[in-house]
Design a protein around this ligand. Structure first.
Ligand code: B12
Length: 242
């Protein structure tokens, strides 16, 4: 992809909008994609949300970003209105439990991905919390999870801080789809399908989602590695990944 070949609606020098006033300054009435991140918004390629935002922007989408919203207030993610296509959610560069707690399970006094290192700006299990906020703020809008926390927790996993096995983060978060690992290619495909009115997000490499009972029955799992059922490991319902 030649990013520079695409005209950028925000202009090559502008930050992604974070407020309605910044949207309006670009003449936008609505966003296509709203990104929510547990880190401060740092427009640098080592910050996943900025990276994904810039990739989508280069494709011509109107992208806004909300960094470290107040998770007690669903209105904090509604400041730029309902996006047309989807919300993208990430806990940030690190798993939020790792950001909030030391390996000795003490609360961290500093969050290096917050402005001035201020702690307490992201909730525990931020990806789940932000997804649930999106559900409440924008009913019916697809939510796409990505980033480190979602990636590492996409199947049944051991949570060190809780000292127990947890089911796939998708079971808690109820997002439409989870992008694991590097997200640029998958998120472009997701955006293109939703833009074209296709709600079927199955079969995209590097993603995980719940298949309905019908699709599970019809799917060909011959080339798949079948993991033990989540129910067997944790006593909670299982999930399938693409
Ligand atoms: C560079 C790096 C560092 C540098 C950070 C430099 C800097 N200023 O950013 C340094 C050396 C400082 C560092 C320190 C630490 N690190 Co480090 N680090 C990395 C490393 C190698 C790359 C991170 C990076 O820049 N990635 C580039 C960005 C763009 O990638 P990304 O955030 O993953 O985003 C992509 C996807 O996740 C996805 N995505 C992201 N957001 C979104 C959103 C949506 C909507 C979608 C769809 C997709 C999506 O698409 C993005 C683009 O492909 C990773 C390992 C790795 N290969 O990822 C470890 C890693 C992040 N570090 C890790 C750890 C544990 C630490 C430390 C806590 C170690 C320690 N005990 O001190 C400290 C943290 C200190 C602190 N408090 O910050 C762990 C995190 C584990 C976890 N579960 O969270 C990792 C994964 C290494 C590992 N495998 O253990 N680290």
């Amino acid at each position: 992809m030649a990013i520079r070949d695409h005209p950028s609606p925000a202009g090559p020098d502008g930050f992604l909008p974070t407020t309605r006033a910044e949207m309006e300054a670009r003449g936008w009435e609505a966003l296509d994609v709203l990104l929510i991140t547990g880190d401060a918004y740092v427009d640098h390629p080592s910050f996943g949300a900025a990276m994904i935002g810039r990739v989508l922007e280069a494709e011509g989408y109107r992208v806004g970003i909300i960094a470290q919203p107040d998770w007690r207030d669903p209105g904090s993610i509604q400041v730029m209105g309902r996006p047309r296509l989807f919300c993208g959610v990430t806990a940030g560069n690190l798993d939020s439990m790792l950001s909030n707690y030391t390996a000795a399970r003490h609360r961290r006094k500093e969050d290096v991905y917050s402005e001035d290192g201020a702690p307490g700006k992201r909730p525990n299990h931020a990806a789940v919390v932000y997804t649930q906020m999106c559900r409440r703020a924008f009913p019916g809008l697809p939510v796409v999870m990505g980033g480190m926390e979602a990636s590492m927790r996409r199947v049944v996993h051991y949570d060190y801080w809780e000292d127990k096995l947890r089911p796939s983060i998708l079971a808690d978060a109820k997002a439409e789809i989870l992008v694991y690992g590097m997200g640029e290619v998958a998120v472009r495909e997701i955006a293109a399908r939703l833009r074209d009115g296709c709600s079927d997000l199955s079969g995209i490499r590097g993603t995980a989602l719940f298949l309905g009972a019908k699709a599970t029955a019809a799917a060909d799992f011959r080339d798949c590695v079948i993991l033990p059922r989540a129910r067997r490991l944790t006593g909670t319902p299982g999930c399938c990944s693409a």
